[in-house]
Structures are given as structure tokens and as C-alpha cells.
Ligand binder design. Structure first.
Ligand code: F6P
Length: 522
């Protein structure tokens, strides 16, 4: 059965939300906290090592109840079951959407075209483990008999951003292999990466679901030509492996059929890091850590699939985002990780969120007249505090923000970590509660700056009332990172369901590709 089809703005609950917005749009966070001593506890959800505090949002219990009612009215529960059980919810491409099956450890079969896909997933995982162990242990030899020291992932979009973000995110757990990423068709990118490499000790992982992507194939050919200046054509098999569905093209390239890792059309590129697309992750941090990443993601999958909506983290974050996007007219959301390790998370989420929900046609083929996909952007704390946070604090735009923090520091520099987390908390507090005229007045007075009070006062006021979520883990581990990514994947899903769009195709990237081919011929 297909996903339910409707115009969300015509639902009963949307009308109630519109009325509710009119009476509650001037809600003030300071006031909400003043009148509810337990607001933080009342608007927080904790699941093992993760605590999500959404109390600093412009909502009341009634808002949350209405948003949950909207989720129920659009039959979200039923859609979630379709998503997890392999129904063809990617209708425009005629595919199931089963990245959740890649990390599932349950015995429950998942059928695609009548066949259980779980055994295939397990076989692929065993192959990833065996291959990673061989390379990491040094048993895998290059053409001159030396072990591998460097791994280069050649791919773009979903075949690059996820693995790159996770390898960077889990750098603390890395082994002796150095991992590099080549994605851009700009020859300067590949040239810079090759400068650092020795062909005798480098392994290239070509990741391309289609094995036709211009950027990836151009980079792979350039790298092969570079390699052939020292190695022979018979050595290619020892230095190039592939992750793809297009086996003929992979074999034509010269890759040994034993060194091809599978991809499946029921896994979208931007959700594929859990598959063999994540081979460079398993190589960089070892298979056990890769498995932990999957386990963390599965933990979030189970939470999402089984928890009531008013306690369900991805559902709550998705609904809050709809609240700001569609009622407050907020167009962007900022993702602000307070760890340098997650510097690539905003880039990764830009593809995941914007390629998925940047759609203007609904599931019935109609042009959409309401707002859909948000623009996401961000950077790491505290660097961004010295960059764009001025606008978030005092600008004219409402920008809901996700602050992502970790209680424990990996390197144990307590002084640094205390300062980092003090800033994490301070930013959310400043956004929510601001600084009043009276407070600024007193401050200026206390500093003895009497003559400047009138001229400076308005500039020093913080209106506050700016929403944020605090997403706080105990520690950055493979498991917690898996959980975090899975959380955002499900948020994307929920929003796509509510907005009545197809989140899993990406036709919007095609026209540019076609035209580039024409320009290239010219
Ligand atoms: O950007 C479009 C896109 O199709 C992405 O969805 C995908 O992740 C990327 O290109 C790479 O595709 P492939 O893995 O087939 O090379």
C-alpha cells in the first residue's frame, strides 16, 4: 500500500495549529521557564547516553500535543512501518528505502521482491571485516610486496560525504592507515591528494553506485594513469577495489571480481555509509568500530520505530522543525557541533537533508504551495561563535539551532573541555533569554559609562526568544555517532512524510549534469 497522500495544510490538525500559532506566536521563553520550574525535565528525552533538551523552543505542551496530532493524522506510524519493512516508498524510483536493514541485528526478515535481504547484508559485512583485517594487519600486499599505508576513497555525494564525515568524526579511534578522500572533478583536488602518496603502498577504493558519475570516473582514470607510471596493468587489482552495483563497468576498469563490494538499489547514496560504501570507515577505524557505529544507529532505529511520538527524539525534532519552517517562516536551521571532530557534519547533513527534502512537487504530482525542505548549515563551536553567531543572536532572522555536545572529552584536557561546554550552555542560554534593556542599562551604569548609555543601549540588547535544541551525548564514540546520524536520517523521513513529498529521489541534480555534458562537447 502506498504512502498516504494529502495536502498537510488542509488537514484538521494544521488548521488547529494555525489557530494555535496565532495565539501563541508571541510566547516568550523567559516567561515559559518562569512559570514552569520543571520545564527542562518536561521537555527533555533521555535514551541511554543521549539527552535531548528541547525546552528552549517556542512551544507549550499544547503545541507539542498538536504537532503529535498532526503526525497521527498523516498516519506517520503506518509510514514508519512501511519504511522499515521494505515497501516501495521511493515511488518515483520504484525502490524500497532500507538503510535501516544495513544495521539491523534482529532476526526479522526484510523482503525486497519477495526475498529476504538480510543474508546479503551479513555476507557483505563479513567481506568488509575480512578485507579490513587483511589491510590493517598488513597481510594485504601491494605490487612490490609492501603493506598498505594509505587508503583513498574516490567518490562524490553520498559516496564521499558520509564516509569522509565519519572518518573525520572518529579520528580519535583511527589506526595507522592514513585515509584520504577525492571527490571534486577539479583536477587540483586529485593532484593535491596524489602528491602525498606512494603508489606501492596505496589502496584506492572507488565508490560509485552507478560507476558512471563523471567526477568519480574521471578521478579514478586519472589516478589509474598515475598508478600505471610505476605499477603495471596487472598490478591494478592489488591497488584498486570498488563498491558498486555496476559490475560490468567495474570489471572493465580492471578490478578483480573478488574485490568488488556490493551496493543495492534499496539504499540511497546519501544513506549508504552503513553499507560497503563505508569501507574506508572500516579501514580507518577497524571493523569492530564500524560495527559499533552500526549498532548505535540501530539503537536509534529501535527507539524511533517503537517509541510514542511525544517521547520520540527524531519525531519531536522533525515536528519542531515543521513548526518553525511552516508557521514561523524560518527558512534555515543551524547545526552546531561542539567538537572539532564533527567539522564535516554540516556538509554531510546538507546533502542528506536538502537532497532529500528539497522538493516542490507532492506525492500526487501537484505543485506544492507550502514550504518544504529547510536549508541547513553550520560549523563547529566555538569557532562559529567568532564567525556567524552575531547574526543568529541579533539578526532579523529566526534560526532554530541544534547544539550537539559531549559530556566527556576524548583527550582528557579538562580545562579545554570545561570551557567548550561552558560555551555550549552559554550560547543556548543567551539565545533563549537574551539581555533586556534594563540589564544593559544597569551594566553600562556599573561600568561608569553614563554618557554612552543612551547611544549604546539599543545595540547591546539581546531580544532572546531564539530557539535551540541541546543534543548531548556522554562521549563521542562510534556508537554515539551512529545514533546521531540515524537520528537525523529519521528526522528527514518524518518531515518528508508530513510535507507529502518523495524524499528519496534526487531528480533535481540531473539537469545540471546533462547540460554539463553538452558544454563539454562544445
Ligand atoms: O548528487 C547526485 C548523486 O546521485 C547522489 O545522490 C549520489 O550520492 C552521488 O550522486 C554519487 O552517485 P554514485 O554513487 O552513483 O557515483
Amino acid at each position: 500500500m502506498a504512502l498516504k497522500n494529502y495536502n498537510p495544510t488542509q488537514t484538521e490538525t494544521w488548521k488547529k495549529l494555525t489557530d494555535h500559532f496565532e495565539v501563541s506566536k508571541n510566547l516568550n521563553l523567559k516567561e515559559l521557564f518562569r512559570t514552569d520550574a520543571n520545564r527542562k525535565e518536561n521537555f527533555s528525552v533521555t535514551v541511554n547516553d543521549l539527552e535531548v533538551d528541547f525546552s528552549k523552543n517556542r512551544i507549550t505542551k499544547e503545541t507539542l500535543d498538536l504537532l503529535v496530532e498532526l503526525a497521527n493524522e498523516v498516519e506517520l506510524k503506518d509510514a514508519i512501518e512501511k519504511y522499515f519493512t521494505g515497501e516501495t516508498i521511493n515511488v518515483t524510483e520504484g525502490r524500497a528505502v532500507l538503510h535501516t536493514a544495513l544495521r539491523s541485528t534482529s532476526e526479522e526478515p526484510v523482503l525486497v521482491d519477495g526475498k529476504d535481504i538480510k543474508p546479503k547484508v551479513q555476507t557483505a559485512l563479513r567481506k568488509i571485516r575480512a578485507f579490513s583485517n587483511k589491510v590493517i594487519s598488513g597481510k594485504w600486499k601491494g605490487y612490490s610486496g609492501k603493506s598498505i599505508t594509505d587508503v583513498v576513497n574516490i567518490g562524490i555525494g553520498g559516496s564521499d560525504l558520509g564516509p569522509d564525515m565519519i572518518v573525520e568524526g572518529l579520528k580519535f579511534y583511527k589506526n595507522k592507515l592514513n585515509t584520504h578522500f577525492v571527490s571534486n572533478v577539479d583536477g587540483d583536488h586529485v593532484s593535491e591528494v596524489l602528491k602525498k602518496l606512494n603508489p606501492e603502498t596505496t589502496l584506492f577504493v572507488i565508490v560509485s553506485k552507478t560507476f558512471t558519475t563523471q567526477e568519480t570516473i574521471s578521478n579514478a582514470n586519472t589516478i589509474k594513469n598515475w598508478f600505471l607510471k610505476s605499477g603495471s596493468i596487472f598490478d591494478v587489482a592489488k591497488h584498486f577495489v570498488a563498491v558498486s552495483t555496476n559490475l560490468d563497468a567495474v570489471y572493465d576498469f580492471g578490478i578483480d571480481k573478488n574485490n568488488v563490494f556490493p551496493m543495492w538499489n534499496w539504499v540511497g547514496g546519501r544513506f549508504s555509509l552503513w553499507s560497503a560504501v563505508g569501507l574506508s570507515i572500516s579501514l580507518a577505524v577497524g571493523f569492530d568500530n564500524f560495527r559499533e557505529l552500526l549498532n548505535g544507529a540501530e539503537e536509534m532505529d529501535i527507539h524511533f520505530r517503537t517509541t510514542e511520538f511525544d517521547e520520540n527524539i527524531p519525531v519531536i525534532l522533525a515536528l519542531l522543525s515543521v513548526w518553525y519552517n511552516n508557521f514561523y517562516g524560518a527558512e534555515t536551521e543551524a547545526i552546531l557541533p561542539y567538537t572539532q571532530y564533527l567539522s564535516k557534519l554540516p556538509d554531510y547533513l546538507q546533502q542528506a537533508v536538502m537532497e532529500s527534502n528539497g522538493k516542490g512537487i507532492d506525492r500526487d504530482g501537484n505543485e506544492i504551495t507550502y514550504q518544504t525542505g529547510t536549508i541547513v548549515w553550520g560549523s563547529t563551536g566555538t569557532n562559529m561563535q567568532h564567525a556567524f553567531m552575531q547574526l543568529v543572536h541579533q539578526g532579523t532572522k529566526l534560526i532554530p539551532t541544534d547544539f550537539i555536545g559531549f559530556k566527556e572529552s576524548l583527550h582528557g584536557l579538562e580545562d579545554h573541555h570545561n570551557k567548550l561546554m561552558a560555551n555550549y550552555n552559554a550560547q543556548m542560554e543567551a539565545l533563549a533569554f537574551g539581555k533586556t534593556k534594563e540589564e544593559v542599562h544597569l551594566e553600562l551604569k556599573a561600568s561608569g559609562n553614563m554618557e554612552k548609555i543612551n547611544s549604546l543601549l539599543p545595540y547591546k540588547v539581546f531580544s532572546g526568544n531564539r530557539p535551540s535544541n541541546g543534543i548531548l551525548f556522554d562521549k563521542l564514540t562510534p556508537s554515539s555517532l551512529g545514533k546521531l546520524v540515524s537520528l537525523y536520517e529519521h528526522k528527514i523521513f518524518v518531515q518528508g512524510i508530513i510535507w507529502n513529498i518523495y524524499s528519496y529521489d534526487q531528480f533535481g541534480v540531473e539537469l545540471g549534469k546533462e547540460l554539463a555534458k553538452k558544454f563539454l562537447k562544445k
